[in-house]
Design a protein around this ligand. Structure first.
Ligand SMILES: [Zn+2]
Length: 332
């Protein structure tokens, strides 16, 4: 058992997290999810973006609703603009990135049933072109190849066991996250040839993503839809002009697709190195109210930087989840 889990179990035994969750701390935390898995979970795409089963997600949402005030986008924006916020109860905001179909088929019914708001962040071009992200294409190729070994850009690839395939996919994901986007398309087509695997058809890719109709429906029912850029490129890796296009164009086009104003953006990948000061300036100039990153953090009485609002990802283990949400400073 990990030290984190041991500490979590101990705190649970004494009901510490429960007591603290109920305690008024003027505390705000933002949670981020990507994919939820159904009961017969199997995927031909990137397995690492599935955080939880649908049962675990429900368990988390039920607990969160019991112990926190669940914010909607408007309320969050209000807090972000206040110099010193006063909350009646500790607050949480739920967000989803990337626009996967399961956000609509699995997460949305649970949120709706519990009367919880959330924000879904979508990369405009992926939804519009019915095309999954590069990380999913890489995983598709690596999971399907009948080759045993390979090498690309000095990365050794091994496909001789499920574990080795997963390790190879991770190594490629890491490389592509850190390298300029110009290389991404060529790597994917080179890999497809080298591994002798065809890329998924548009029809196949389309099934993984929400449609505009589904996004319209959720946006009419308590879920806000925000921008996750146009193409999910790392904003820090591209020119100012390209960043500007990713940030402004996605806002305009999502707004015209849904007939609603887009007020917030979540930066692709969202690590400290995935965006920069230029990103934040352009986001402000484009008229967004706030921008979300994706590395651990929480807030007490004040959001320090409304264009870098930190979000946490949660563990599936319920004991850990409760502590991560209540004591993020200790558990991350
Ligand atoms: Zn993303």
């Amino acid at each position: 058992m990990s030290k984190r889990l041991m500490l979590a179990r101990l705190l649970n035994m004494f009901g510490v997290n429960f007591a603290v969750a109920k305690m008024k701390r003027n505390f705000l935390i933002v949670l981020n999810y990507h994919r939820i898995a159904d009961h017969d979970h199997s995927t031909e795409f990137d397995n690492d973006v599935f955080e939880h089963s649908v049962d675990v997600f429900r368990e988390q949402m039920v607990w969160l609703k019991q112990n926190f005030e669940i914010l909607d986008e408007i309320h969050l924006v209000e807090l972000a603009h206040s110099d010193n916020f006063e909350l009646k109860r500790n607050a949480a905001l739920v967000t989803f990135d990337d626009g996967y179909a399961d956000n609509y088929t699995l997460a949305y019914p649970i949120l709706k049933e519990l009367g919880m708001s959330a924000i879904f962040y979508v990369p405009y071009s992926l939804i519009e072109d019915r095309e999954v992200g590069w990380w999913d294409k890489i995983s598709w190729l690596v999971y399907k190849t009948t080759k045993e070994k390979g090498n690309i850009r000095d990365i050794d690839l091994d496909f001789t066991s499920p574990h080795n395939r997963a390790t190879s996919a991770k190594a490629l994901h890491k490389y592509l996250k850190l390298n300029p986007y110009t290389d991404t398309k060529s790597i994917i087509s080179e890999l497809s040839e080298m591994l002798d695997v065809e890329l998924p058809s548009v029809e196949r890719q389309s099934k993984e993503l929400m449609t505009w109709e589904q996004l319209k429906e959720v946006s009419d029912n308590g879920i806000s839809v925000g921008s996750h850029s146009m193409s999910h490129r790392l904003l820090s890796q591209i020119t100012e002009e390209e960043q500007s296009w990713e940030i402004k164009e996605s806002k305009t086009l999502i707004e015209s697709r849904l007939g609603k104003k887009v007020n917030t953006i979540a930066y692709p990948v969202g690590a400290v190195t995935s965006f920069n000061d230029t990103t934040k300036r352009l986001v402000k100039e484009a008229g967004y109210d706030v921008g979300f990153s994706f590395y651990p953090g929480s807030y007490k009485g004040k959001i320090l930087d409304k264009f870098d609002i930190q979000r946490i990802s949660t563990s599936s283990e319920f004991d850990l989840f409760k502590n991560e949400v209540v004591f993020p400073k200790i558990f991350f």
